[in-house]
Design a protein around this ligand. Structure first.
Ligand code: NI
Length: 179
């Protein structure tokens, strides 16, 4: 197992459309295991292959408190979206520190394959619904701030840049302090 570097916004790979998975081989299982380890270490509740620079249609999600309920979705497709819309605050490991309210369908059904290639369907609500929609967006080159108005999105990008500068400064001061 290995921790993988997480691609940071606005890396162009985050805007790319991922390719369907055709081979359910050992390298796919290894990638899923590495993605799960990377997600747990971050820590986060979901990670798309796109976010570790692999442009294939696979995401991992675990919203459990105990971190013992891993779901791997290969070639996932949303087959049902509720008319009911819900607004929820979202964050992303590719835009760390940024949290914005995003409106999405409250309930979705997702059809996907597991690591053996078997098809399954899952009905999702609450946080699972938000996560599935957020992670599947990544496979189509969409990040959560793309759902905001142009004005809110530009403000979010400014805040993200400010946060990155602050973090870089804190790290620099930390280094100097340890000297
Ligand atoms: Ni994300």
């Amino acid at each position: 197992m290995a921790l993988l570097p997480i691609v940071q916004y606005p890396d162009p790979r985050l805007a790319a459309k991922a390719e369907p998975v055709a081979d359910f081989d050992d390298s796919l299982k290894q990638l899923a295991a590495d993605m799960a380890e990377t997600m747990y270490a971050a820590p986060g509740v979901g990670l798309a292959a796109t976010q570790v620079g692999k442009l294939i249609r696979m995401v991992v999600i675990d919203i459990s408190e105990e971190k013992n309920d891993l779901h791997v979705f290969v070639n996932p497709v949303i087959t049902f979206r509720s008319e009911e819309i819900k607004e929820c605050e979202e964050g992303c490991l590719s835009l760390p520190g940024l949290y914005e309210k995003v409106k999405r369908p409250a309930f979705v059904t997702v059809k996907a394959q597991d690591l053996q290639g078997n098809f399954f369907e899952m009905q999702c609500d609450e946080l699972m619904s938000v996560c599935v929609q957020h992670e599947l967006d990544h496979l189509d080159g969409v990040v959560f701030i793309d759902h905001l108005s142009q004005l809110k999105k530009s403000r979010a990008i400014v805040r993200l840049a400010k946060r990155r500068r602050e973090k870089a400064r804190e790290e620099k001061e930390g280094r100097e302090h340890r000297r």
